[in-house]
Design a protein around this ligand. Structure first.
Ligand code: B12
Length: 194
């Protein structure tokens, strides 16, 4: 969707106000409207949800928002992401698995990665957060995935995910891609599509 930067800023602000009011239905309607206007999952994640979450994180860090307000907003965003799956026809392009490693509680980037991969036509197993590396490697092998994606949000957890990636690559002989803060979903799609 070709939306001007200012329009994304306005939409982000509108969504922010709905989240702060706990208006989940209003938030759903806004996202549905953008999707119907031709918005794709990656554009919405990168131009709407990511800046919104950065703002919420900054306000939480400086004490403007309480933990309860941040949690409520994050939980609504999780449910918005769950609903964004566009209908697709035809067989999947392949099989993907997405997770975060132990110590990484930030599940939203992984949810965004899953939404982006599904929209790109991959059958995607979303395994959630804080998954033990051996269990993830075993499941990836059992499901014969084409690749594994590990999302991480902090410097420490990016480093831990890189170590886990080496273990999973070694035991499954499959590519493993690690995303960190600031990495984009477009980069992820470029990686998986070669
Ligand atoms: C929501 C949130 C939480 C929620 C998470 C809820 C959930 N369901 O995810 C909760 C409350 C659990 C939480 C906890 C903590 N949090 Co927090 N949290 C956030 C917040 C507000 C949003 C996180 C987020 O989703 N960011 C947006 C993501 C989408 O952006 P991104 O990281 O650039 O991700 C992109 C890429 O990763 C890409 N992507 C995803 N997968 C892949 C894969 C590949 C291969 C590629 C290429 C790309 C890719 O997709 C994303 C799309 O743009 C951020 C603020 C912020 N600025 O991010 C703080 C933030 C990340 N948290 C922070 C902190 C400090 C914590 C805690 C340590 C706090 C504490 N003292 O307990 C704990 C950590 C718990 C743990 N063990 O992990 C700090 C981190 C600072 C740092 N750099 O270390 C931040 C930045 C807040 C701040 N301003 O201080 N948090």
């Amino acid at each position: 969707m070709e939306v001007a930067v200012k329009q994304w800023e306005q939409q982000t602000h509108r969504l922010y106000l709905r989240l702060m009011a706990g208006d989940e239905l209003g938030a759903h309607r806004l996202v549905d409207r953008l999707m119907h206007a031709g918005g794709d999952v990656v554009a919405l994640c990168e131009h709407l949800f990511t800046p919104l979450l950065s703002q919420i994180g900054a306000e939480w860090a400086d004490g403007t928002l309480t933990v309860a307000q941040e949690h409520r907003a994050s939980a609504i965003v999780e449910r918005l992401l769950d609903r964004m799956e566009p209908p697709r026809s035809g067989p999947p392009r392949g099989v993907a698995m997405v997770a975060t490693m132990q110590g990484e509680q930030h599940g939203l980037p992984a949810l965004m990665a899953t939404a982006a991969l599904k929209a790109d036509g991959w059958h995607t197993h979303h395994v959630g957060t804080q998954v033990p590396v051996r269990d993830l490697a075993a499941l990836a092998a059992a499901e014969r995935v084409d690749f594994v994606v590990l999302s991480a949000t902090r410097v420490e957890t990016v480093a831990a995910a890189e170590v886990a990636a080496t273990v999973i690559r070694w035991s499954t002989a499959r590519p493993v891609y690690v995303g960190g803060p600031g990495a984009t979903l477009r980069q992820l799609l470029d990686l998986v599509n070669g």
